[in-house]
Design a protein around this ligand. Structure first.
Ligand SMILES: NC(=O)c1ccc[n+]([C@@H]2O[C@H](COP(=O)([O-])OP(=O)(O)OC[C@H]3O[C@@H](n4cnc5c(N)ncnc54)[C@H](O)[C@@H]3O)[C@@H](O)[C@H]2O)c1
Ligand SMILES: O=c1ccn([C@@H]2O[C@H](COP(=O)(O)OP(=O)(O)O[C@H]3O[C@H](CO)[C@@H](O)[C@H](O)[C@H]3O)[C@@H](O)[C@H]2O)c(=O)[nH]1
Length: 447
């Protein structure tokens, strides 16, 4: 099939590349000229494991190309995927300006039947707005050309995006049109061979399914963070509790890791957007608000614990950070807990000495050059001469550490472990002042 993808971010680029890899011909369009120029040069603007070689082989195979030209993009595919950003507006609602601008572009330039596929995460009712926008643009040209709009939310996780896209649990398509069902089946056929993954539903249910999935996962995390905070007060180890409850198949082990709060470009904005949608239909979203409030508090955990460890005085201290990305295997720092910590440390007059395997460039892009942000080449340099170490991201390489060595590097041997990587007992036996999240230790995540 010939497919156009609008947006070459985490979702658009992965979707386009995987669909090309499955044998389709894909043209990816972005308004960011710099991004497209880099992609045309074979440079991948984001870090996503496995993506670079897949992009290169599909470009070389003639199945994947990039453009900034809207006319070429609209003219290319019968399927027109919208995979642009839907960032939070000031009131927490999803900002649909980029989605609707693509819809307008399609309406302005289409000359034959198109299926417009909403892959961006969008509130219930957006497919109707996309339809109206396309129709208005066509009317403006005095044209009447047939088109359909369907919802096809994406469930990939950054860091595992290719595997999630190609081996996802389900492929959801919101449509009532038989023709769209047939075309979407054909599009995903290469990834639907082992068992039936396609789930067709009405468009509003598909739109809500995406938010419900993210809100459920975020709820699990906030729930565990609440239990962790209780465990701290009750002298229990939340890691043992996690294993204890995860073993119940009704609960399961996934997404119940307590820590320094969920970040990333999805959970924070999507929980807020769903809560906003609820208030628009006169429903008070008590649970969603609590999930968000618990997370907001949890993201302050790292700073709260550090401040307690240093009797509230962090001025002039140097704090080592291992990890800046919101989770491992990505360079993405959107809403990362490390940002909440760094900003609080700077406010308190401390210097940050940080290392992340992939997110350093992104960190510099966000914060620029400043005296109180020292980015170093590896985790060893990060702890050199520092007063304390904070673990913000559970990169695999951070898990193996010689505690005796670590103790020698830090002037005050304080470790605040936001991801519970280490055995508290072993760390304490080595003479470190080790504070995890919910591990029955003396420092509290929040008041
Ligand atoms: N990042 C994820 O893990 C993930 C997973 C599932 C769903 N989503 C959802 O997918 C959508 C995209 O997320 P993302 O993380 O890929 O965003 P992103 O910010 O990484 O990329 C968005 C891209 O869209 C481009 N763009 C903006 N306006 C455009 C236009 N008019 N035409 C063409 N391109 C345009 C931007 O230049 C940018 O390159 C969001 O709605 C998000 O919630 C994201
Ligand atoms: O047990 C857990 C699992 C995750 N997290 C945190 O939760 C955040 C999000 O992690 P993850 O879900 O792995 O990453 P995302 O790439 O944000 O993916 C989520 O958001 C995407 C965008 O909507 C969806 O497509 C995915 O299905 C959904 O998992 C990160 O800060 C993690 O550290 C925890 O604190 N504890």
């Amino acid at each position: 099939m010939k497919i156009t993808i609008f947006g070459t971010g985490y979702v658009g680029l992965v979707t386009g590349t995987c669909l090309a890899d499955a044998g389709h011909e894909v043209l990816c369009m972005d308004v960011d000229e710099n991004k497209i120029a880099r992609l045309k040069d074979g440079e991948i603007p984001i870090f996503e494991p496995g993506l670079e070689s897949m992009v290169k082989s599909n470009v070389a195979g003639g199945r994947l190309d990039f453009t900034t030209d809207p006319v070429a993009a609209v003219g290319f595919g019968q399927l027109q995927f919208i995979a642009v950003g839907t960032p939070p507006d000031e009131d927490g609602s999803a900002d649909l300006q980029y989605v609707l601008s693509v819809a307008d572009t399609i309406g302005r330039h289409m000359t034959d039947y198109k299926v417009i596929v909403d892959k961006s995460t969008v509130p219930v009712g957006t497919a109707d707005r996309v339809s109206q926008t396309v129709a208005a643009a066509l009317e403006g040209r005095g044209e009447s050309i047939e088109f359909d709009v369907c919802s096809n939310p994406e469930f990939l996780k950054e860091g595992a995006a290719i595997k999630d896209f190609t081996h996802g649990a389900r492929i959801i398509v919101g449509t009532e049109s038989e023709r769209v069902m047939r075309l979407m089946r054909e599009c995903y056929a290469p990834y639907n061979r082992h068992h039936e993954k396609m789930m067709f539903m009405d468009v509003r249910a598909a739109e809500l399914t995406k938010y419900a999935a993210n809100a459920m996962l975020a709820t699990k995390i906030s729930f565990m963070n609440e239990i962790a905070n209780l465990a701290e007060r009750l002298g229990a180890d939340v890691e043992q509790v996690r294993r204890g409850i995860g073993s119940d198949p009704r609960i399961g082990y996934s997404f119940i890791y307590p820590g320094c709060g969920y970040g990333g470009s999805c959970f924070p904005k999507d929980v807020q957007a769903l809560a906003h949608t609820a208030t628009e239909v006169d429903y008070q979203p008590e649970l969603l608000n609590a999930v968000e409030a618990v997370n907001f508090r949890q993201k302050k955990t790292l700073y709260t614990k550090l401040a307690q460890a240093f009797d509230g005085d962090l001025k002039g201290r140097t704090i080592a950070l291992w990890g800046l990305a919101f989770k491992p295997n990505t360079d993405d720092m959107r809403d990362a807990p490390s940002r909440t910590l760094m900003e609080a440390l700077w406010e308190a007059g401390a210097t940050v000495q940080a290392f992340d395997p992939e997110a350093m460039k992104e960190c510099r892009r966000i914060y620029g050059e400043r005296d109180d942000l020292v980015l170093v080449a590896d985790r060893v340099q990060a702890v050199k001469g520092a007063d304390a170490l904070v673990i913000c991201t559970e990169w695999k390489d951070f898990r193996i550490v010689d505690f005796d060595w670590l103790k020698r590097q830090l002037s005050t041997p304080v470790i605040v472990d936001g991801r519970n990587l280490f055995d508290p007992q072993a760390a304490k036996e080595a003479g470190l002042m080790y504070y995890g999240v919910g591990r029955g230790d003396s420092l509290r995540s929040c008041s």
